[in-house]
Design a protein around this ligand. Structure first.
Ligand SMILES: O=C(O)C[C@@](O)(CF)CCOP(=O)(O)OP(=O)(O)O
Length: 326
């Protein structure tokens, strides 16, 4: 059987930063993201009895042994749920500018989860699909839905209550998310390793855990009343606290580079000139700047004036996972 699915990447407003269970990818805290319109992955999966192993092609190239093993481990979860022992050929196309440095794992694993479950004949609802995608990469579980999405961390040790739920539809509140790409050097600490080192060693990690739930409830209040200043203020604080935890880890690390700070300072000066703009930063030096569509051009112009800025991708809230004809 063959199936194709398309999933968009997402940007966390309240960060997922820590696991309570590595094997099942269960988080220490709940998170909330915006699924974006511009960046997505389209994945086709075909299971057949003659296939001796899984073969994974990303943008036309077969991936290396290490990536292949990760995909096979993920497909084993789906094979187990389906009670089948067939292998697959997978073709994934990332409509995520490689320069974008976007965590295309979120859109990639969400699209793979949707296409593979359909191709193997496993009927799943979106809640189950989110749980399955989570086993591939935590943030992927949020890309099952469009718009504004909360990943409820859940309490159970088996993870059956750890999945994403839709909070607000993409068209209910149009915000601008500017993905600001900097002249950056390769990332040294991947999010999975950075998260683990922080949880295991950071003297600031308890402070993160004590304040993240309150940040989440403020974001949900802001979404309910569409208060952009309330949203942006707590989103920026949450990102700063997440990155502060990395400085307290052993050995310490910091995702920011000089260009990161330049953008942060420019966003602050925009606000002092009365333009509502806020930043968030993930596990890398690039910055995402939030603003209202009416201010988009002014904010883009201000950011483009910075030497460190290489490219800006203009995004808006986008759709959840869809199946496309193969
Ligand atoms: O997206 C967020 O909430 C915040 C982050 O991007 C970091 F800033 C974490 C993403 O982590 P992910 O790649 O999903 O980790 P995995 O579960 O180890 O695969």
């Amino acid at each position: 059987m063959k199936a194709t699915a398309k999933a968009h990447t997402n940007i966390a407003l309240i960060k997922y930063w820590g696991k309570r269970n590595e094997a099942l990818i269960l988080p220490t805290n709940s998170s909330l993201s915006i699924t974006l319109d511009k960046f997505y992955t389209t994945t086709t999966v075909e299971f057949n009895k003659e296939q001796a192993t899984d073969e994974f092609y990303l943008d036309g190239q077969q991936v290396n042994e290490k990536e292949q093993k990760k995909i096979t481990k993920f497909l084993d979860v789906i094979r187990k749920l389906a009670g089948k022992q067939e292998y697959a050929i997978i073709h994934s196309i990332n409509n995520v500018p490689t320069a974008a440095g976007f965590a295309s794992s979120a859109s990639g694993l969400a699209a793979l989860a949707a296409a593979a479950t359909k191709a193997i004949g496993l009927a799943v609802d979106r809640r189950m699909l989110s749980q399955i995608a989570r086993r591939g990469s935590g943030s992927a579980c949020r890309s099952i839905y469009g718009g504004y999405v909360e990943w409820q961390k859940g309490e159970k040790s088996d993870g059956t209550d750890s999945y994403a739920v839709p909070i607000l539809d993409a068209k209910e509140w149009d915000l601008t998310v500017l993905s600001v790409m900097l002249e950056s050097k390769p990332k040294k600490v991947l999010s999975r390793e950075g998260m683990k080192r922080t949880v295991d060693t950071s003297v600031f990690y308890d402070g993160w855990l004590q304040s993240v739930d309150n940040d989440l409830s403020i974001v949900k209040q802001a979404l309910a009343v569409k208060d952009f200043e309330m949203l942006g203020t707590v989103v920026e604080k949450n990102a700063l606290k997440m990155h502060a935890t990395t400085l307290g880890a052993d050995p310490p690390f910091l995702y920011w580079q000089s260009g990161t700070l330049e953008v942060m300072e420019e966003v602050a000066s925009l606000r002092s000139n009365g333009i509502q703009a806020y930043f968030t930063i993930d596990a890398g030096p690039n910055v995402k700047v939030l603003c209202e569509p009416k201010d988009e051009q002014q904010v883009i112009a201000a950011l483009n004036s910075l030497v460190a800025v290489r490219e800006i991708f203009v995004c808006h809230p986008g759709p959840g996972v869809t199946y496309v004809p193969t």
